[in-house]
Write a protein that binds this ligand. Structure first.
Ligand code: HEC
Ligand code: HEC
Length: 192
């Protein structure tokens, strides 16, 4: 499953187990995070992902990848520089307890939704990401994520500019073209 030099270090953090989460108030260093990612877990900022409802293990893995510069994107690589493993774990537990984002108010176009749904089933997106797209373990929640961020993420995997912890996404998107990525992002961001 896991591969590369990063694997043993992440495994050690995962094995150390969860530090008890306190969802009541953000740890001091997380306030800056929510200013950008949105309080209540829902981002209002272009290309910045909503964090609410992301599985703790996925968040921990991504924070680890930012810290190790395996996923290189500003400002995340800078922000996590020098973090201890316990900081990664505490942030992941806090983020996972934020409420999931809500769907847009305007109803989605039923024709686009139905067409994308067929592609989703054909590509097994709903198998790994769960039928309701809430994600689990190292697989992220996708339901009602921002459309612009989803498209950026999908294009990143497809073009190889974003490396996953595992190569799963690049493989899943191999038969999918750019026009279809646009439809997938539309579908996932409009789920009810
Ligand atoms: C100035 C804005 C900004 C701030 C502040 C910020 N982030 Fe981010 N964060 C981003 C952007 C932009 C991305 C998406 C990068 C990309 O396009 O891949 C991101 C991605 C993430 C992701 C990955 C989400 C996913 O779905 O893969 C996590 C987790 C995260 N940030 C946590 C944090 C934490 C914890 C902090 C505080 C220490 C923080 N962020 C502060 C802008 C910000
Ligand atoms: C075999 C399992 C699997 C399949 C099939 C799969 N995914 Fe994923 N997906 C993952 C994993 C694991 C990750 C996290 C990878 C990483 O570390 O970046 C992920 C990440 C993503 C992300 C990034 C989300 C974020 O918050 O940054 C998007 C978007 C996504 N998948 C969409 C899709 C779509 C659309 C499909 C169908 C075309 C699909 N996935 C099929 C396992 C899968």
């Amino acid at each position: 499953m896991a591969h590369g030099v990063a694997a043993p270090a992440l495994a050690a953090i995962l094995l150390a187990g969860a530090v008890p989460a306190s969802a009541a108030a953000p740890p001091a260093k997380l306030e800056v995070c929510l200013a950008c990612h949105g309080t209540n877990g829902q981002s209002q900022t272009e290309n910045v992902p909503s964090l609410g409802g992301l599985p703790s293990q996925y968040v921990l893995t991504q924070l680890f990848m930012f810290r190790e510069e395996l996923r290189q994107v500003e400002p995340m690589t800078d922000l996590t520089k020098g973090w201890a493993d316990a900081d990664l774990q505490q942030s992941a537990d806090f983020i996972a307890a934020l409420p999931p984002p809500k769907p847009p108010k305007a109803p989605a176009d039923p024709v686009r939704m139905a067409r994308a749904r067929a592609l989703v089933e054909q590509s097994h997106c709903n198998v790994c990401h769960r039928p309701d797209f809430s994600g689990e373990q190292n697989v992220p929640r996708l339901a009602d994520q921002r459309e612009d961020y989803l498209l950026k993420a999908l294009r990143g995997y497809k073009s190889g500019t974003r490396h996953g912890y595992e190569p799963t996404m690049a493989e899943a998107l191999q038969p999918v073209d750019d026009a279809q990525l646009v439809e997938l992002a539309y579908y996932l961001s409009h789920l009810r």
